[in-house]
Design a protein. Structure first.
Length: 558
């Protein structure tokens, strides 16, 4: 199929924000796609090149694309940057330059979907000498054989920043409509495969029933909804309920198959190498020829035995070298809380009571190696409240409260799991830096660097963009941009430095130690609550001592 036909679909998708219209546009197009191109089309519609279980990324930086666009169009980097800032989108910049391209091409080959997909999917494979030139060459080849409008979507696709508003739910619904298949079956099949490309092809052939759960390939996990108290938790999941310690660790799905034991993150990344010492721990202490377990890996202090916060083991997750040394320096314990698949049987539809019994039967607990999460089953508000306080004093984040009759349903859903955590007091901080946005936010500042005070010095504690709205309800990007424009003191490319005068109130879930920011701390999941510069000056913001106090007090730290 010609790539131009997919580009026509992109252009139609850009014209509407309505999910049903997007669904129908895609559903109509899928009926025209042949089997050979179908999985590629499904990925490309989402601006992807791999199924969700595949951790591989294209990994091309803005800087490299700048060089690529410059080479393909014959214009300087400065010209490309100028247009990038104007349009807020490198693909759009390439399109404009292609309309008045300086250098002609001797040969022009009309692009098809397979050629575009194959060229781009090769980009991550290059290593060693000449890698940059090879990557640039593959993308330049596509741009040189594209129309201006095609070049826009090629560049944005390479950057994995397509911006046509196609979320996974729209793809799911479009597959359902196109191939006349119950949307619940489409979603269930995706949860087992993490691949809408595969699901689409099987739905087209009416073979979805052949999909089954198998160990060795990551799956989508069940998640919890936040509540504000024990009574609200009972209202959500029913009585009695199972309450478990909510640990501040690393969510891990543990697979045992013919290929051995593998560990995957919540986001499907294979981290078996990073936690290699745990392979033997699982093999020795969990019975079964194959299984999928759900748990949390938590770091602990060798001297005190107490659990440590997430950042204590975060270095291990990204580590590719000196793994054994890191394992000794940052030891961890597995805390198991669910079993999803066991000895060739899918347990997703079994209730929590049965799954927990199976988990307890097959697991041999070993202190500081592999444990089951501490739990309490009760219908008593006072007992769960007491258990919650114990969890906090033990240094955990709080509780996960679960419906004991529920199956394992990937994602967040009502009446399943809820989380009960402390709410930390908000902080008054100043904005020190920002970045010009892209796409709809091209003329607005976003990604705001925030800072606290320490003996007259401004120290950074993170970045925030959540909490700001694109439209008028609440604080908008436009309003905040207009406020900050008056205080810009330096501008480099898309980044700006701001005179630290604009005070904002920031909420967050946790404070972590961090070498990234000058304060030594970082806010986890920060969100902008409101502007406070009209009532507070930069001298009135929270100081480093406040940050340290809150860090020590959270979850019973001493």
């Amino acid at each position: 199929m010609e790539y131009s036909k997919l580009v026509d679909v992109y252009l139609e998708l850009e014209k509407t924000t309505k999910k049903l219209e997007k669904r129908d546009i895609i559903a109509s197009f899928l009926k025209k796609v042949n089997d050979e191109d179908l999985n590629m089309v499904i990925y490309l519609l989402q601006g992807k090149f791999f199924p969700d279980w595949n951790e591989e990324k294209i990994g091309i930086s803005d800087k490299l694309i700048l060089k690529t666009v410059s080479k393909a169009t014959g214009y300087s980097n400065d010209k490309v940057i100028s247009l990038w800032k104007e349009y807020g989108n490198l693909g759009r910049s390439c399109e404009e330059l292609m309309k008045s391209k300086k250098q002609g091409t001797l040969h022009y080959t009309k692009l098809n979907i397979k050629k575009v997909y194959d060229n781009i999917v090769r980009l991550p494979s290059f290593e060693g000498s000449g890698t940059v030139d090879k990557k640039i060459g593959l993308v330049v080849e596509l741009i040189n054989n594209s129309s201006p409008i095609e070049s826009r979507f090629i560049v944005n696709s390479v950057l994995e920043n397509l911006r046509v508003g196609v979320a996974a739910g729209i793809i799911r619904d479009a597959i359902s409509v196109s191939y006349d298949t119950d949307v619940k079956n489409i979603e269930k099949s995706y949860n087992l495969t993490l691949d809408y490309g595969e699901v689409a092809l099987l739905a087209k052939k009416k073979k979805l029933s052949k999909i089954g759960l198998e160990s060795g390939r990551p799956i989508k996990l069940m998640l919890a909804i936040k509540v504000d108290g024990v009574e609200e938790a009972f209202k959500a999941v029913g009585k009695p309920a199972q309450a478990e310690y909510k640990l501040d660790g690393f969510r891990l799905q543990i697979h045992k198959s013919k290929e051995g034991i593998k560990f995957f993150t919540r986001n499907f990344e294979n981290v078996t190498k990073q936690f290699q010492e745990l392979v033997e721990v699982v093999d020795k202490n969990v019975k079964g020829k194959n299984f999928i377990l759900d748990g949390e890996v938590v770091g602990y202090d060798v001297k005190t035995g107490k659990y440590l916060p997430f950042q204590s083991i975060s270095q291990r997750i990204k580590r590719k070298y000196d793994i054994k040394e890191m394992a000794k320096k940052f030891p961890v314990v597995i805390n198991l809380f669910d079993v999803i698949y066991y000895n060739n049987k899918n347990l997703m539809d079994e209730n929590l009571k049965k799954r927990r019994k199976i988990l307890e039967k097959i697991t041999k607990e070993v202190d500081k190696k592999i444990m089951l999460t501490k739990k309490l089953v009760s219908d008593d508000v006072k007992k769960i409240t007491k258990f919650y306080k114990e969890a906090l004093s033990d240094g955990t984040e709080g509780l996960i409260v679960k419906n004991i009759e529920s199956g394992f349903k990937p994602g967040r859903y009502v009446n399943g799991w809820v989380k009960l955590k402390q709410t930390l007091e908000p902080l008054d901080l100043v904005i020190t830096k920002a970045e010009w946005g892209e796409g709809k936010r091209a003329n607005w500042l976003s990604s705001f660097t925030i800072a606290c005070l320490d003996k007259g010095k401004i120290l950074e504690v993170g970045k925030v963009s959540t909490g700001v709205k694109e439209k008028s309800e609440g604080l908008s990007f436009e309003e905040l941009t207009n406020v900050l424009k008056k205080h810009i003191i330096k501008e480099e490319g898309k980044s700006v430095v701001v005179d630290p005068k604009i005070v904002i109130e920031v909420g967050y879930e946790e404070i972590q130690k961090s070498p990234t920011y000058s304060s030594g701390y970082a806010l986890r999941f920060p969100r902008l609550l409101r502007l406070r510069h009209m009532e507070k000056s930069s001298k009135d913001i929270n100081n480093l001592q406040d940050i340290e106090r809150l860090y020590q007090n959270q979850r019973g730290k001493r």
